[in-house]
Design a binder for this molecule. Sequence first.
Ligand SMILES: [Zn+2]
Ligand SMILES: [Zn+2]
Length: 154
Amino acid sequence: MSDESDFYKFAAEFKNRKRPKLAAMMGVNFLVTGVIFLIFLWMGLPNFNGLEWLGFLVMFVLVVVGGTYINWTRSAPNCPNCKSNIVLGRPVHCHLCGQMLKNGCCDRCDVNESWTAMFGNIGANSGNNQVIQYCPHCGVWLDTDFRRLQRRSG
Ligand SMILES: [Zn+2]
Ligand SMILES: [Zn+2]
């Protein structure tokens, strides 16, 4: 059950997790930004020459493709083991070392996810802002580059 291959299995599954189709997301984003672009055109054609139009179009494509790709890599951060969203929810395990939290805290990693943390000083719980290594819900190793969404006071 808890041999080495199981340990690495969930991290690999997380990297290959099901995400929305990249091509579909690209299509939707091009459509939406294209419509916004057409509305701007309708309001008044900018006084561009041929080269400026070409530059503008290249920028437009790069922004949409780049933005969509980044969105895609950030989508569906769900644990393959427990199916929970790893950036949200009340954590049970430390997201840095995978140990059970004590009252929402891990002393070893400077993590404090208890409700009192919002009264603490900013930066006092530096572990909170580090990338998620272990699923905070079931404690399997995931090796992600996601961060926990922080509750903000006020
Ligand atoms: Zn999990
Ligand atoms: Zn820890």
